[in-house]
Design a protein around this ligand. Structure first.
Ligand SMILES: *Cc1c(COP(=O)(O)O)cnc(C)c1O
Length: 398
């Protein structure tokens, strides 16, 4: 072997131990699938939570290059981070942020959500100070009950305030978030009807040019949630993931969402393999009883990476075998029983989400892992914190 440069960047050193890999090809494919499921509506790609833990700057850039029309985040800080990374895409801050962050919204050309009279006033003040209009999206509460008044008369008061705030504050879009679109068709139809009637009043008061958006990923499975809207706001679907219950929704057949391709792989290296020779257990307080003769691999993933608690059924894949976790995770290392995975040795990659690197076809889905860890899919992606590799055939060619 010829002499190679010594790896010294902390990021590379960390990525040699464990990594999340994101497939650029899968994300591009998923944009196409979602666009067609949404009947060609414009796509605002949701990259909140650091793009669901996959790295918002790189993923956002890839999404924009794949043709999405805008990006959406939860906070002003996330939007500013994308701008500082060079993103020039239209960017909606979907959650209402704190008063003192309103000025930065304008300075970084982020579109804030407003849901109350007080929030309209704060952006009006920013516009007056800057001598330039602020463009906002109005957010309605149709039952999610996180932002904005639930009752119509209070919503009408916000509309009235927006009418007065013109031309300092200009409403370019109107949106709401569905509470149960992954599970409940009847509730979604009801919330879509509330949205439609409010949209009618928004356009009557503020003009017919206000764009509308209701559906996130699972909303696309409900015709009522698409009807009359111009934009969809998918997040998790871009990364190829759906809540399992989505498959039993009435809109599933014909949606084409079965073609979504999982974009995320999570793997960690085996650091050592210990054969237990005594009936004394292992780890702190020797809490895990492991029979003598069992082989246990110490793997480079731990609670500092989000693998917390003592999930009983959690397993990793090695050489085609599911290997159960033993004991509790450590800070940067967790042990798995690899007795049934012959040939397991230090340096092997254990796979937690996705397919094994040796191409034997063994795979674990994010849905399986979320169930084992008792997390939602969304929590799982954001919880596992580790170096991210973008595996991208197009970027490689460039
Ligand atoms: C998170 C979020 C989305 C995207 O939801 P997915 O289920 O990931 O597609 C869309 N809109 C709002 C307001 C959100 O908070």
């Amino acid at each position: 072997m010829t002499e190679t440069a010594v790896r010294s960047s902390p990021a590379l050193l960390a990525a040699a131990r464990l990594a999340k890999t994101v497939s650029g090809d899968a994300i591009r494919h998923n944009v196409t699938v979602l666009r067609s499921a949404a009947g060609g509506r414009r796509i605002m790609a949701v990259v909140k939570g650091d793009a669901y833990g996959l790295g918002a700057p790189a993923v956002g850039e890839l999404l924009v290059a794949s043709g999405v029309d805008a990006l959406a985040v939860d906070t002003v800080a996330e939007g500013v981070a994308l701008r500082e990374h060079g993103s020039t895409a239209p960017l909606l801050v979907m959650d209402v942020d704190v008063d003192e962050n309103a000025e930065a919204c304008a300075r970084y050309r982020l579109t804030p959500a407003v849901a109350t009279v007080e929030q309209v006033a704060r952006h009006e003040a920013v516009a007056q100070r800057r001598g330039a209009p602020v463009r906002v999206w109005l957010r309605a509460n149709v039952g999610f009950n996180r932002f904005g008044p639930r009752e119509e008369r209070d919503f009408d008061a916000v509309l009235d305030r927006l009418r007065q705030a013109r031309p300092a504050v200009l409403v370019t879009g109107f949106f709401a978030h569905l509470s149960s679109s992954a599970h409940d068709a009847a509730e979604t139809v009801e919330q879509a009807a509330t949205f439609a009637s409010r949209l009618e009043r928004v356009r009557a008061v503020l003009g017919a040019g206000v764009a509308a958006s209701l559906a996130a990923t699972h909303g696309v499975l409900h015709p009522a949630a698409l009807h009359g809207t111009d934009w969809v706001r998918p997040g998790i679907g871009l990364y190829g993931l759906l809540v399992p219950a989505g498959r039993s929704l009435p809109g599933w057949d014909g949606s084409g969402l079965h073609r979504l391709r999982p974009a995320v792989t999570v793997r960690a290296r085996v650091l050592d393999v210990v054969t237990l020779t005594r009936a004394e257990g292992l780890g702190y307080d020797r809490v895990a009883a492991v029979a003598p003769g069992r082989r246990v691999a110490s793997v480079a993933i731990g609670f500092s990476r989000g693998l917390a608690g003592a999930p009983a059924g959690f397993t990793g894949l090695l050489h085609g075998r599911g290997c159960p976790m033993v004991g509790r995770p450590g800070m940067d290392c967790t042990q798995f029983d690899v007795t049934d995975a012959p040939g397991a040795r230090p340096g092997d990659w254990m796979t937690f989400i996705g397919s094994e690197p040796d191409g034997r076809g063994a795979a674990r889905t994010a849905q399986q892992v979320a169930a084992e860890l008792n997390l939602s899919l969304y929590e799982l992606l954001a919880t596992l914190r580790m170096p991210v590799r973008l595996d991208d055939s197009v970027a490689d060619i460039r």
